[in-house]
Ligand binder design. Structure first.
Ligand code: GCB
Length: 594
């Protein structure tokens, strides 16, 4: 099933919600007991699936406050938090707590413009979520960085409606990611919450694909329908290009159109000219609109081509976080990140190690920054477990179906630093690469891999290579091992698959100075960059790089005197103060080589 996707008018449920941490994970049991013990009046009955439903009066009842009722954990008396937010930043007493936190808020049915069917959409909740409306359980979701929605048409009631969400940012052995990562586990409702109301039969999602032949731009559009009437045709227009075409129905919920535009009449999307065009689709009463770029991305030999032209990927990697906000970035934070990216002279960014807010990709579309997007299959994934594989596919699907109309997205990455000596991994990852291509074969598939040191020098011998269009290589010569210019010993291989150095770098504390041999100084870090740049720019198989990392980020496993909870490999610190390596990289990206 396609996600119910945007862009559409929606009613924002961001703003103040009530929250209570549930440190001993007791409240749900209490609610279940309450349902059994109560004589019926206020308790909700078990739902159709036999799931014990939550009595929402017991968890959210303004009038209970101050009365004789049990109010120890009435959400109404909880903490007021301003969503979207990483709750650890909003409730300082619980800053490092990992576990269950309950959220609730009300809205009035008259507040929003209601159509036939209404959906409740969450941009992302880290890591698990369970959701109720008016005491009816809507469902649950696993995966901390992608959107999901529930239809609430039948649960909506007149007047006040109550949403209750149980979030859980515990770390799980069978999770994706699993229990250990080198980033902070910000819990909460980290992205926007919306009500989306649509006609009974409506467009769930659509996809625009471009390919180029001779002088023509070939465009294919697919759209997916939901509702009782999915047999009619729809239409699509791109007014600036004079395109107005029917969307032909296959009679089974899918519409499509194929048409050609003269290349002379189109400005193709590229980093130099990030041209976007309006697009509008209609089906019956329903309409959606967006801005899309037309472009083609492919590889030829060891090169990455955009619209047939070779592009060297001048990149930088980044996490999604901001001081005091955790993972809930606002528009200003997104803008600041693109300012740094542009100042460095980048045409490429790696959004590590999980899907970032969709605003990043929308802004990259406008700014002409090619993107590497990835799911958090990081280090040790329990690859052999079928449920984990299903969760893996789900996370890929939710990311790809969210961002497949973003012209900026060039690479889908399926994994980071997984063990290429693990046979199960070597069976599962090619399946994931195939799955990505089934969903979207207009981008390149990649993964961040390791290299090995052998008698023949540094070689890439990950069996996954033959399943990838571009091989990402994470290497830390000059920091964890060897010398920075050892990268020059990386052997070009006969296969010639383009390599992107997806990570390289070293730690430096901003303002800490010394000479080039002193670890943790800006000088030491800058010297690593000089060596790496030399190696990367002299190897023809290397098609770009995204050094680690744009800014210092919180990392619980980094606790030495220079780190104190931060990974210090940023070329700027967490406050945006530039280190020397920033200027070294900028100079390279501005050089005549490009
Ligand atoms: C890596 C990981 C990245 C770490 C980085 C480091 O290879 O992919 O998540 O933060 O190394 O700093 O060691």
């Amino acid at each position: 099933m396609q996600l119910l996707e945007y862009p559409r008018d929606s009613y924002s449920l961001d703003g103040t919600w009530q929250a209570i941490p549930d440190q001993y994970e007791m409240f749900r049991d209490y609610f279940d007991d309450f349902v059994e013990d109560d004589d019926g009046e206020s308790a909700a009955l078990p739902d159709d699936d036999g799931q014990p439903a939550l009595s929402f009066e017991s968890i959210y009842e303004p009038s209970a406050s101050g009365s004789d009722d049990i109010t120890d954990f009435n959400i109404y008396d909880g903490y007021a938090v301003d969503l979207p937010a990483s709750w650890g930043e909003e409730i300082p007493e619980f800053r490092h707590f990992e576990g269950w936190v309950w959220f609730a808020r009300t809205f009035d049915r008259d507040e929003f413009d209601e159509d036939d069917r209404t959906f409740l959409r969450f941009g992302a909740i880290n890591y698990k979520a369970e959701v109720w409306l008016n005491g009816e359980r809507l469902g649950d979701h696993e995966g901390g960085y992608t959107p999901f929605s529930f239809e609430i048409t039948n649960e909506l009631q007149d007047g006040e409606n109550v949403i209750v969400v149980r979030t859980d940012n515990s770390r799980y052995e069978d999770g994706i990611p699993n229990e250990s990562t080198d980033w902070y586990n910000f819990g909460g409702i980290n992205r926007s919450v919306d009500l989306v109301s649509v006609p009974e039969s409506h467009l769930r999602n659509f996809k625009v694909e471009t390919s180029l032949t001779d002088d023509a731009v070939n465009v294919r559009i697919d759209a997916w329908l939901d509702g009782p009437e999915t047999g009619a045709d729809g239409s699509v227009v791109l007014p600036e290009l004079g395109v107005s075409e029917p969307l032909a129905s296959d009679g089974d919920g899918r519409l499509s159109a194929e048409f050609t535009v003269d290349q002379d009449d189109v400005t193709l999307w590229s980093p130099e000219s990030p041209q976007l065009y309006d697009i509008a689709l209609t089906y019956g009463e329903d309409a959606v609109a967006d801005r899309v770029g037309l472009r083609e991305i492919e590889v030829q030999g060891s090169d990455v081509l955009v619209n047939g032209e070779k592009v060297w990927l001048r990149g930088i990697a980044l996490h999604e976080e901001a001081v005091g906000k955790g993972r809930a970035l606002d528009t200003e934070d997104v803008q600041t990140r693109f300012q740094w990216i542009n100042e460095l002279g980048c045409n490429f960014a790696r959004l590590a190690h999980y899907p970032h807010t969709e605003e990043m990709a929308r802004t990259a579309d406008e700014e002409g920054i090619l993107l590497w997007e990835e799911v958090p299959a990081y280090w040790d994934v329990n690859f052999g477990d079928e449920d984990v594989q299903e969760l893996y596919r789900q996370q890929l699907r939710e990311l790809i179906q969210r961002d497949w109309n973003r012209a900026s997205v060039a690479l889908w990455s399926i994994a980071n630093e997984t063990d290429h000596n693990d046979d199960t991994r070597n069976e599962v990852l090619p399946e994931m690469a195939d799955y990505v291509r089934e969903l979207d074969d207009t981008r390149l598939v990649t993964a961040a891999c390791f290299v090995d040191e052998t008698d023949d020098g540094i070689v890439l011998q990950d069996p996954l290579e033959e399943h990838l269009d571009v091989v990402g290589v994470n290497e830390y010569y000059g920091w964890y091992y060897g010398n920075a210019d050892d990268l020059e010993d990386l052997q070009e291989d006969t296969d010639g698959t383009p390599i992107v150095i997806s990570e390289t770098g070293g730690g430096a504390k901003w303002g800490n100075h010394g000479n080039e041999e002193d670890r943790w100084t800006e000088e030491f870090q800058a010297e690593i960059y000089r060596g790496q740049i030399e190696g990367a720019s002299t190897n023809d198989q290397i098609a770009g790089m995204s050094p680690w990392i744009l800014f210092d980020f919180r990392a619980p496993m980094r606790q030495n005197e220079y780190q104190r909870g931060y990974n210090r490999k940023g070329v700027v610190d967490q406050h945006g103060r530039k280190k020397q390596a920033f200027h070294v990289l900028r100079k390279f990206y501005e050089s005549e080589k490009f």
